[in-house]
Write a protein that binds this ligand. Structure first.
Ligand code: ADP
Ligand code: MG
Length: 376
């Protein structure tokens, strides 16, 4: 069973609380991302799940089994690190086959298969039983490295090395694959293609995967669900769409994409709308406000910008006046920085060929659909 359940996990390192009551419930076959800034506790969470770190308190379950006191080699987790952790003096084949030997030697049915293991123990590198050779070549083919089997890993590119590391952990047929920032050492272009490779393999094999990253785009584009962490705590768990459209705090709103955060006070309720007043604006929102002092979150693509006088005031609500500070042409969109009182709002508009772009210093009127004004 490949489900992973972490309950109330706390980890203290000599007085420093690295994890505070982290709870995760990851389904079998799910691609789950842990996303958060450096130092927030992502690696520590993974190391606790893999068994390299003993939690201060809390329970870790793999499938139905509590594994707190089960050593790492018997947890059936494969791990892939940012640093690949390959043996540079060994060829690709040996690097991959090595893990199989370790796994087999640790297998619980050691006695039954002792003759095979003894053979393995006495083997020289490059001299494997046939079935191991087949299995390794199969997996190398799978990650498209079969042509490179006899190359030293030190002679491979970063992307190829990471695929060796991936092959090595897949060969062990783990119930859970743990990947800690596996793409961070790769350049941008390779990172993109490796995202696809990893996702394809994960879906192909249906292997439960926990993927650690500090890169929101990576998490949002790859994962079924994402847990956003900050300062040792899980702040929100949801699908990429849920996190983007309903972030629970300004931190998350900014961490998963760009957003405008406005502070305001609720001054009334009217026909199902909450009315919020702040510096330079009065806005209606379809959200319900539980308290008077609130944060409003508005995504850049949900603000429309008009030259003064061109706005249809009968049709549009939530009109605010501003001044263009910067306009940046980005191909399919134009991004504006617009000053509204003390705020500098980011506004993304679709670029329409032939239509004039607003310029620096120009007055502008903004309009925001009340459904797109999120109260948190
Ligand atoms: P992340 O992977 O999100 O960057 P880590 O899990 O590595 O974060 O670290 C979380 C916190 O725990 C950090 O403050 C880090 O300094 C601390 N930490 C991690 N490992 C140790 C350790 N072995 N000893 C002391 N502090 C540690
Ligand atoms: Mg880390």
């Amino acid at each position: 069973m490949g489900s992973v359940k972490v309950s109330q996990l706390t980890k203290e390192f000599s007085g420093v609380l690295a994890l505070k009551n982290v709870s995760l419930d990851i389904k079998e076959g799910e691609f789950f991302a842990l996303l958060g800034p450096s130092g927030c506790g992502k690696t520590t969470t993974m190391r606790c799940i893999a068994g390299f770190e003993q939690p201060t308190s809390g329970i870790i379950q793999l499938g139905e089994t509590e594994v707190n006191h089960i050593p790492p080699n018997r947890r059936n987790c494969g791990m892939v690190f940012q640093s690949y952790a390959l043996f540079p003096h060994m060829n690709v084949f040996d690097n991959v086959a090595y893990s199989l030997n370790i796994k087999q030697l640790n297998a619980s049915n050691l006695v039954a298969k002792l003759p095979v293991y003894l053979r393995l123990l006495n083997r020289k590198l490059g001299n494997y039983p046939k079935y191991i050779e087949q299995k390794v070549m199969e997996i190398l083919e799978y990650v498209e490295l079969d042509q490179y089997a006899m190359r030293l890993t030190s002679e491979l590119s970063g992307g190829q090395q990471q695929r060796v590391a991936l092959a090595r952990s897949l060969l062990m047929e783990p119930a859970v694959l743990l990947m800690d920032e596996p793409l961070s050492n790769l350049d941008q272009k390779l990172r993109h293609s490796m995202r696809n490779t990893i996702r394809r393999i994960q879906q192909d094999l249906g292997i439960t995967t926990i993927f650690v990253t500090h890169d929101q785009e990576e998490a949002m584009s790859m994962a079924d669900r994402v847990a956003v962490m900050d300062s040792g705590e899980v702040k929100q768990i949801g699908t990429p769409i849920e996190l983007y459209s309903r972030p629970s705090t300004p931190f998350i709103a900014n961490f998963v994409g760009t957003s405008n955060v406005l502070k305001g006070s609720v001054i009334g309720q009217e026909n199902g709308f909450s009315i919020i007043k702040g510096k330079g604006f009065i806005l209606k929102s379809t959200n319900h406000a539980d308290q008077t002092e609130v944060n409003l979150i508005v995504r850049p693509e949900n603000i429309k910008a008009f030259k003064p006088g061109t706005i249809n005031e009968d049709k549009l609500t939530n009109i605010i006046d501003g001044t263009v500070l910067v306009s940046t042409y980005l191909g399919s969109i134009v991004r504006y920085d617009i000053k509204v009182d003390e705020y500098q709002l980011v506004v993304d508009t679709t670029f329409v060929p032939g239509e004039a772009i607003l310029t620096e210093g120009e007055k502008v009127q903004l309009s925001i659909d009340p459904e797109r004004v999120l109260i948190i």
